[in-house]
Ligand binder design. Structure first.
Ligand code: ZN
Length: 508
């Protein structure tokens, strides 16, 4: 008889410094699918659920699809959204009495209790049982299925893995890449471990070892050391009895008491001690090599000067690494655009500035019309608005599908979008916060990115997967924004201390 496996996705990477609340509307704006649509919309995509479904097919499982939800990173998930999404999973468990549960989680979701505690900067989540949103979800799911039904979850490489998550899961599986081009593969790895568990081939347990490290986002690129060699060593340690070893960089912009670097193994109980030793030695190596995480970045002024002088065959790509909505930044910073305009750069294309009010003004002017707006800067997190006048070149619904290596086949959207020509620079202005990591972000708006002289992307690392082949050079620009690698910009209250780089000598 076929096994019944419940499938669900509740993903959010929460930047606790963000003022953007994450409710059901934000999930609906990004990616939200219920019931059978979980299968019809996500089968064949490079997503964790897509990976689950591929193995479900080959194992001939009876799949119980419940909900698949993923919102653009931002502030904490509201209690209403958290409970509504979790209720879909719990109702599926009640209805189907599954043999196993496969969840796609992020691992850095932070939520609030019903009655938020007052706090000046919104980070006072320490005593809140839902501050560890993923641990909370796994605990509730565990309570619903009991101890005998395996519960496994895929996690993002940026997961802040808590003991609670490890306690309530039989398997936690992280992406091995950043840019995350192996999300579907990770879903498959989790589902294969589920299949081995259901067959009785393994009796899985989760081991977690930590390092006092909180690497800024750009330092976790997996083509560079130390992540590259740590991941290689993790892969070499894997075996039938230790089907997965994950290196989690953590998410430095979630100020929670379980934030930071960890190495996690999913091991048969018989080899759990050896697995723990393996994870411990990788965590120790990561700490010993902490200075290898350090990077240098280009100032906004230097980036603008390089752009003005650029004469390559292919574009110069300026990465607005700090104002990345994919890590919870507001996506409304204009400092880099202002510097390009000041230096007279033309033939550039910018994706994407979040400013719904400017889009409304552009719609009012119509295609071919001229619009004068104070662009961006409305969040107050990234500097002031920029007064600009531009010609409206295109208006659209902002919808597009990723065809690049990351989240391939997934439909995403900038919401209603205006393309403005501002002194020769094509500026995309959107109504939803959405990281532009796929060339379709430009192509869907009538821009051929490889033909521009200069490209500007509000993305920290993910753009590299699809854009590096299209450009001559990449420049990581030290813009303002909530994804800045300069962690001294944040008033941390909860992350465990000491931790590197906040504390230069964090040795334990
Ligand atoms: Zn990530």
């Amino acid at each position: 008889m076929s096994d019944t496996v419940l499938v669900g996705q509740i993903e959010h990477e929460t930047n606790t410094f963000s003022a953007f609340e994450t409710g059901m509307e934000e999930f609906a704006d990004a990616s939200l699918h219920y019931g059978d649509a979980v299968v019809s919309d996500l089968a064949g995509t490079n997503t964790a659920v897509g990976g689950f479904l591929r193995i479900a097919d080959s194992e001939d499982w009876d799949v119980v699809p419940t909900v698949a939800a993923d919102a653009t990173p931002g502030g904490p998930v509201t209690p209403e959204a958290r409970e509504a999404l979790l209720d879909e999973v719990l109702a599926g468990i009640e209805r189907s009495d599954p043999d196993g549960v496969l969840l796609a989680l992020h691992g850095a979701m932070v939520s609030r209790s019903e009655e938020p505690r007052s706090s000046e900067n919104g980070t006072d989540t320490e005593s809140d049982s839902v501050a560890d949103g993923d641990g909370y979800i796994l605990e509730r799911v565990r309570a619903a299925v009991g101890d005998d039904v395996p519960v496994m979850a895929s996690l993002d490489l940026h997961a802040n893995v808590s003991d609670r998550m490890a306690t309530h899961a039989d398997g936690l599986f992280g992406y091995d890449t950043y840019p995350h081009v192996d999300i579907g593969d990770t879903g498959e790895t989790a589902a294969r471990a589920m299949a081995a568990t259901l067959r009785g081939d393994i009796d899985p347990t989760v081991v977690v070892e930590r390092a006092p490290l909180l690497p800024p986002l750009p330092e976790l690129r997996t083509e560079l050391d130390p992540m590259r060699s740590l991941l290689d060593a993790a892969g070499e340690a894997e075996s039938d009895s230790l089907p997965d070893v994950s290196v989690f960089g953590g998410f430095a912009h979630a100020d929670v008491d379980h934030a930071g670097f960890s190495v996690v193994g999913v091991a048969d109980a018989s080899v759990a001690d050896d697995a723990r030793d393996t994870c411990r030695s990788l965590a120790d190596e990561a700490y010993a090599r902490r200075h290898e995480f350090d990077r240098d970045y280009t100032s906004v002024e230097d980036a603008a000067a390089r752009a003005a002088a650029w004469d390559g065959d292919d574009p110069l790509l300026l990465a607005d690494i700090a104002d990345n909505p994919g890590g919870g930044s507001a996506q409304d910073g204009t400092e880099l655009l202002a510097a390009l305009l000041d230096t007279g750069v033309e033939d550039a294309a910018v994706a994407t500035i979040y400013d719904p009010e400017a889009v409304v003004a552009a719609i009012g002017a119509g295609v071919g019309g001229t619009v004068s707006v104070s662009l961006g800067g409305r969040s107050g997190e990234n500097g002031d608005p920029l007064d600009v006048t531009g010609e409206v070149r295109l208006l659209s619904d902002g919808d597009y599908r990723n065809y690049g290596p990351m989240s391939t086949g997934l439909d995403v959207s900038f919401g209603r979008t205006a393309r403005l020509d501002i002194d020769g620079i094509d500026v995309l202005v959107g109504s939803h916060r959405q990281q532009p990591y796929d060339p379709e972000a430009f192509r869907s708006q009538g821009i051929t990115p490889e033909r521009a002289n200069v490209l500007v992307l509000k993305s920290t690392v993910h753009y590299r997967a699809a854009f590096e082949p299209l450009v001559d050079e990449v420049c990581e620009v030290a813009t303002p924004g909530l994804c800045t690698p300069d962690l001294s910009a944040f008033a941390y209250e909860h992350v465990p201390r000491p931790i590197y780089p906040l504390d230069p000598d964090a040795a334990t």
